[in-house]
Ligand binder design. Structure first.
Ligand code: PMV
Length: 308
C-alpha cells in the first residue's frame, strides 16, 4: 500500500489582489489534512472510495473533468502508464469543503503524490505543483496558483503569480485562530465580482490592489523580523480593503469584530470571502478564549494553529 497526505492552507494576506499579480502570503494548516491510500487489487479497474464527498465508484463512471478523475487520467498520461493498473484508492479528508482551507487542492496533491509513488513515477515538488495547478483550474476557473503552491510545499509562502516560489522564514512563531462562518461560498463568484469592479474602474482598483500589495510586503518583513504584534494592524487594514472589494459579508464582519473584542491583535476574512473562514492573530495564552468568543458569536468551528 502507498499513502500520502497534504495539509490544509490559509491565506494570511493578499487574497484577490493576488489574482492581479500582487503578492500574497499563505501558510499550511497541519491540523487538517487530506489522506490517500492506494493498494493493488485483483479485480480489474480503478475503484475510488471518497466517503467525504460521497464517491464510491469505478473511475470510468466519473466525468473526465472531475478533479479526482482528472488527476488519475493526466498522471497516467504523463507517466505513459498503459494499460491502467488495477487499483483501489481511498481518499479521506478532515479539511472542511469550500471554506477557503484548500480542501480540493489537498486531495489533488495527496492523490498525485500517492499515485506517482505507487507507480514509481518520480515527481519533484515543482512538477507536482505545476500538475496541481492544472487541476485547480477545474475547481476555480482562473486560480492564482497560491493554494497549490502552499499545499504542495507545506511551507509558508510569499506568492506572486508567475514568479519563482518563495518560502519565507518565521523568526518568531505566532498563533492564529481560524473561525468558520459555516457559509459555503464559491470562490469563482467572488473572484468574478471583483473582476467586474476592476473592469469598470481599473485605475481605482489597481490602486486598491497596490495598497494590499504594500500590506503583504510589510507583513513578510515583520514576520521575518519577528515583530509579530505589528501583524495585527496589517490584518485589520487588509480586511478593510477586502470589504471595499465587496467580498466580506455581515457574518465575516461579525466574527472579525468579535475576535477584536475578545482581545485578538487583529483579524480579517481569509480566502475568496462572502463566507468560509476568517482569521485572528492572538497571543497564545488567550487563543482558547478568543476561539470561544468566536463560537459564541456564531462561528461553526474554530482551529487554533501555530505558524512557524
Ligand atoms: O477561497 P480560497 O482560499 O481558495 O482562496 C482564493 C484566493 C483568491 O485570491 C480569492 C483567488 C486566487 O485564485 O488566488
Amino acid at each position: 500500500m502507498t499513502s500520502a497526505s497534504a495539509p490544509g492552507k490559509i491565506i494570511l494576506f493578499g487574497e484577490h489582489a493576488v489574482v492581479y499579480g500582487r503578492p500574497a502570503l499563505a501558510v499550511p494548516v497541519t491540523q487538517v489534512h487530506a489522506d490517500v491510500e492506494i493498494s493493488d487489487r485483483d479485480t480489474s479497474g480503478i475503484w475510488i472510495d471518497a466517503s467525504d464527498v460521497n464517491i464510491h465508484t469505478d473511475l470510468n463512471t466519473l466525468p473526465s473533468d472531475h478533479p479526482i478523475a482528472a488527476v488519475i487520467h493526466n498522471l497516467f498520461f504523463l507517466s505513459r502508464r498503459s494499460p491502467f493498473p488495477n487499483l483501489e484508492i481511498k481518499i479521506s479528508s478532515t479539511i472542511p469543503v469550500a471554506a477557503g482551507l484548500g480542501s480540493g487542492t489537498a486531495v489533488t496533491v495527496a492523490l498525485t503524490r500517492a499515485l506517482a509513488t505507487h507507480i514509481d513515477y518520480s515527481m519533484t515538488n515543482e512538477q507536482i505543483n505545476a500538475f496541481a495547478y492544472e487541476i485547480e483550474k477545474l475547481h476555480h476557473g482562473t486560480p492564482s496558483g497560491i493554494d497549490n503552491t502552499v499545499v504542495t510545499y507545506a511551507r509558508p509562502v510569499y506568492f506572486v503569480k508567475g514568479q519563482p516560489i518563495e518560502t519565507f522564514q518565521v523568526a518568531q512563531p505566532f498563533t492564529i485562530v481560524i473561525a468558520d462562518t459555516g457559509i459555503r461560498a464559491p470562490t469563482k463568484e467572488s473572484v468574478g465580482d471583483v473582476r467586474k469592479l476592476w473592469e469598470a474602474d481599473q485605475a481605482k482598483w489597481d490602486n486598491v490592489f497596490d495598497e494590499v500589495a504594500d500590506i503583504s510586503f510589510a507583513a513578510r518583513h515583520v514576520i521575518r523580523e519577528g515583530r509579530i504584534k505589528m501583524l495585527g494592524a496589517l490584518m485589520d487594514e487588509n480586511h478593510m480593503y477586502l470589504r471595499e472589494m465587496t467580498v466580506s459579508s455581515p457574518e465575516l464582519d461579525n466574527l472579525v469584530s468579535a475576535a477584536r473584542k475578545g482581545g485578538a491583535l487583529g483579524a480579517k476574512m481569509s480566502g475568496g470571502g462572502r463566507g468560509g473562514n476568517m482569521i485572528a492573530l492572538v497571543e497564545e495564552e488567550i487563543s482558547s478564549a478568543v476561539a470561544e468568543a468566536l463560537i459564541s458569536a456564531g462561528a461553526t468551528r474554530t482551529i487554533i494553529t501555530q505558524v512557524s
